[in-house]
Design a protein around this ligand. Structure first.
Ligand code: GDP
Length: 482
């Protein structure tokens, strides 16, 4: 304190006042594991701070963006999104994809712009803080638990585990449960064994491509809670109407379930979720279409659950808590660069259909919802290949090591031209085919990141290639930049 001069203090007060007066939009970025959150945020920020090519971002198209830059993240209790480390991975030689999101993090980008309002122009340049909040979609799936007691949670979770498409994977857990008496005296070792088997089942379901109803989300992505007693519980069948006897195993599970809700789910909800203004939900639609019927059905259930969290019905408990803060939600089908340009609109149309149907199933109301297909970081270029008399739209990129297509295994260093297939023109027909498909209709390979340039000859940072990132940005923030 003694080192601070009066002018330091005044400068600090001015900064604080400036920040206080600068409007701020809190933008949530979520999606299930591997949906593309980390790549999306890194590419978005890079293109903003480098003044990248964003022709469909209206403020940029109108040449009103003066500059964008990173500022210290304002929430001291939330880790900062590790933008520089992720950028470093993408810019290394050879480039590598950054580590995925495993917990919540935040980053502040400030945009200086010329307002269209005469009054604001008179005062000078306008500023907007965009606080980007990155969090796992797995945590979002936990929100409905706030409305459930242990008995309801157990009934639903056990019915799902016994469903035909899950029973095989759930077998070790279900057999353990069959030999465990809920009325037996509480025992930490039994709790740990059961929680481990339950978690293994959830993880294996996730690895097999399931996206929906895998609560509790922290069992899949524990963040800082790995090994905590808060995660040492599992669902048990309870006789209806009866409270489990004191000090029984079932009573212990019930207590821990309630602690999980009050110590994990509620704080996330109050401290982060309820403070968001806008939300983008990244969805790996292509991956689901490619895995076939079960994956598509599962994706549709997950979308309905996500929509219920964001657009709770008028009289639901969630809407009372949220107070309708989030007013725009964008669903984005990521990794569109795995398909040729002719299929981008088709992918978008399929996602729109899934979202529209999820809206009517969820019977929700509230925020405006839109859908888009994008690639935050374009790893492929368009090309064509001749097959007989036919010209096929292909993609040129470097498939990652170990990917195979048509019997060829790639070494991770060689470029190749791939024909992934095309999506049908009619979205409804495409979706209904995917809902009943037993095998994949596309041939997708994962690509390494493109070779990127860090700085331009004039010393400025280079922009990164993308598909429709600017349209997403336009939907999410451009009205704040009027
Ligand atoms: P997160 O778990 O949601 O943070 O997912 P990531 O952002 O880490 O993305 C998971 C993986 O998807 C990456 O490692 C890439 O392989 C791939 N990916 C994500 N975005 C893109 C993209 O725009 N284009 C391509 N080709 N691949 C992407």
């Amino acid at each position: 304190m003694t080192d601070l001069t009066y002018s330091d203090l005044i400068r600090d007060a001015q900064t604080r006042l400036g920040n206080y007066l600068t409007p701020c939009v809190r933008l949530g970025v979520t999606g299930l594991s591997r949906a593309g959150k980390t790549v999306f945020i890194t590419a978005l920020v890079r293109n903003l701070v480098s003044g990248g090519r964003l022709p469909f971002f209206s403020a940029d198209a109108e040449h009103r963006i003066v500059r964008a830059y990173l500022e210290p993240q304002p929430d001291d209790s939330v880790p900062r999104f590790d933008y520089e480390a992720h950028l470093h991975d993408l810019l290394s030689v050879p480039p590598s994809w950054p580590d995925s999101t495993r917990r919540i993090s935040e980053l502040r980008v400030t945009i200086e712009y010329q307002s269209t309002s005469l009054l604001k122009r008179f005062v000078g340049l306008s500023k907007l803080h965009v606080d980007i909040v990155d969090y796992p979609g797995e945590w979002l799936i936990d929100l409905p638990l706030l409305d459930q007691d242990y008995r309801t949670f157990s009934t639903e979770a056990l019915a799902l585990a016994a469903a035909p498409e899950r029973a095989e994977i759930a077998k070790p857990f279900l057999s353990f449960l069959a030999g465990t008496d809920p009325a037996a005296i509480e025992d930490e070792q039994i709790a740990m064994t059961g929680a481990k088997l339950f978690t293994d089942y959830l993880r294996r379901m996730r690895e097999s491509g399931a996206q929906s109803t895998l609560a509790p989300g922290r069992f899949l992505l524990p963040g800082d809670l790995e090994g905590s007693p808060l995660l040492t519980f599992f669902p048990m069948p309870l006789a209806s109407g009866e409270r489990p006897p004191r000090s029984s195993l079932a009573a212990m599970m019930m207590r821990r379930f309630e602690s999980y809700k009050s110590t994990v789910v509620k704080p996330f909800f109050n401290d982060h979720f309820a403070r968001l203004d806008r939300q983008i939900v990244l969805v790996d639609v292509l991956g689901a279409l490619n895995r076939g019927a079960a994956a598509v059905g599962d994706l549709e259930r997950a979308m309905t659950a996500i929509l219920k969290a964001f657009r709770p019905g008028a009289n639901s408990w969630l809407s009372l808590l949220i107070g309708r803060k989030i007013d725009r939600i964008l669903f984005a089908a990521t990794k569109a660069d795995h398909l040729p340009a002719s299929s981008h609109d088709r992918l978008e149309a399929i996602l729109k259909l899934i979202v529209d149907e999820a809206i009517s199933r969820a019977e929700t109301e509230g925020a405006g919802v839109s859908a888009i297909a994008l690639a935050a970081l374009r790893a492929t270029r368009e090309t064509t290949a001749k097959q007989g008399s036919e010209i096929l739209p292909c993609l040129r990129g470097t498939p990652i090591q170990g990917e195979t297509i048509g019997g060829v295994t790639f070494d991770g260093a060689t470029e190749a031209a791939i024909f992934p297939g095309d999506l049908p023109i009619d979205a409804a027909a495409a979706l209904s085919a995917a809902r009943s498909a037993k095998t994949a209709s596309l041939e997708l390979v994962r690509f390494a990141p493109p070779k990127l340039i860090d700085t331009l000859p004039d010393g400025k940072p280079a922009a990164f290639p993308h598909i429709r990132l600017d349209r997403a940005l336009d939907f999410l923030v451009s009205d704040y930049l009027a």
